[in-house]
Design a protein around this ligand. Structure first.
Ligand SMILES: NC(=O)C1=CN([C@@H]2O[C@H](COP(=O)(O)OP(=O)(O)OC[C@H]3O[C@@H](n4cnc5c(N)ncnc54)[C@H](OP(=O)(O)O)[C@@H]3O)[C@@H](O)[C@H]2O)C=CC1
Ligand SMILES: O=CC(=O)O
Length: 321
């Protein structure tokens, strides 16, 4: 008999067909995201759950006593209580590698858009304010090429950003991890830095660590003060790696030049968040991996992880801590 699984978010016909070969598939068909109470009821008898964003905690696991695998359609898995999964012998999986280039592209887009004021000046033109002016300084931005980028979290995506920065834009690459990566240092002529040194030297500070207890508010008031006044901060990791109030203050006080943000303390962002009023801040709605090809690859990888576990082969991408 095939194992039963539950899919809590939309997948393509191709992914559904692949899953149907190995599993009985139950699926959320509602217009909006599935409410948690409904999810808890739906998973009562399933062995696999393909999901994203939902908090996978003791309450959810207790509601699904037959569960063997929870497959996240994302690389970040801060929505998992890994300890609770371990205690219940449920495998958690994620989707690394397949989104690296797409997220790195978005990171560069945020760097460029903020430095060259693309969204601000796009609005200016579309608001029909563009008139012949004597002094074009009002349109000036900052150079990206040959500047220094500081990558906090030089992992899979961090390296894809370093690749673009080094070979696309001739940038100098600094990075900070808990441990050094000699191969990356060689490949991108990247220099390892302790955090304060990276913050002091980088023109563009890019946050790309996972959200963990250790990285929660890794950047706060003191760290923004350490950055150059001309620095641009880009966050593509998770909103909570940064103290958002400190970021807002740093921008309001001119301690940094601008910010490009894909992720926020609260998502969707609150309508009265001061970041939304700032000309020097570019905001997008958590779209790091959001292209059709990459989301399809992520969903397929998540499906393959479920099937691998439920057919006894072992997860391709198990999360361990
Ligand atoms: N905005 C979006 O749509 C997306 C966001 N993301 C986010 O990006 C994150 C990174 O993804 P990915 O590159 O695949 O992950 P990796 O695990 O490959 O890289 C993470 C890097 O962060 C470093 N790191 C971890 N903890 C710390 C710490 N305390 N201090 C400094 N560095 C640290 C790690 O190095 P070391 O262990 O040596 O410290 C590692 O090099 C995801 O976890 C997710 O949150 C990912 C995809 C899309
Ligand atoms: O935020 C997205 C992810 O894949 O992590």
């Amino acid at each position: 008999m095939k194992p039963t699984i539950y899919i809590s978010q939309p997948v393509s016909e191709k992914v559904r067909q692949y899953l149907n070969e190995y599993c009985e598939v139950k699926e959320w068909r509602g217009e909006d995201r599935i409410p948690r109470e409904t999810l808890l009821k739906e998973i009562a008898n399933v062995e696999g759950l393909l999901t994203a964003w939902h908090k996978i905690d003791e309450e959810l696991l207790a509601a699904a006593p037959k569960l063997k695998v929870v497959s996240n359609v994302s690389v970040g898995y801060n929505n998992f209580d890994v300890q609770a999964l371990k205690e219940r012998n449920v495998i958690g999986t994620n989707t690394p590698y397949v989104l690296d280039d797409t997220v790195a592209d978005l990171t560069m887009a945020l760097i460029l858009a903020t430095a060259r004021r693309i969204t601000e000046l796009d609005k200016y033109v579309k608001d029909k304010k563009w008139e012949p002016v004597k002094d074009e300084e009002q349109f000036f931005g900052l150079d990206v090429h040959h500047a220094t980028i500081g990558i906090i979290g030089m992992g899979r995506i961090g390296e894809a950003v370093a690749q673009r920065a080094k070979f696309g834009f001739d940038m100098d690459v600094l990075y900070h991890n808990r441990s050094r990566k000699p191969e990356a240092e060689k490949k991108y002529e990247a220099e390892y830095c302790e955090l304060p040194s990276l913050l002091e030297r980088a023109d563009f500070v890019v946050m790309l660590t996972p959200l963990t207890a250790e990285t929660h508010h890794l950047l706060g008031e003191q760290e923004f003060k350490q950055m150059k006044k001309s620095a641009i901060f880009v966050n593509v990791s998770r909103g909570q790696t940064v103290d958002e109030q400190a970021l807002i203050k740093a921008l309001q006080n001119g301690e940094i030049h601008g910010a490009g943000l894909d992720v926020y303390q609260k998502e969707p962002i609150e309508k009265d968040n001061p970041l939304l009023e700032m000309r020097n801040v570019v905001t997008v709605p958590h779209i790091g991996s959001a292209t059709a090809q990459t989301r399809e690859a992520m969903a397929m990888r998540a499906a393959q992880n479920i099937v691998a576990v439920l057919t006894g082969k072992g997860a391709i991408d198990p999360v361990t801590d």
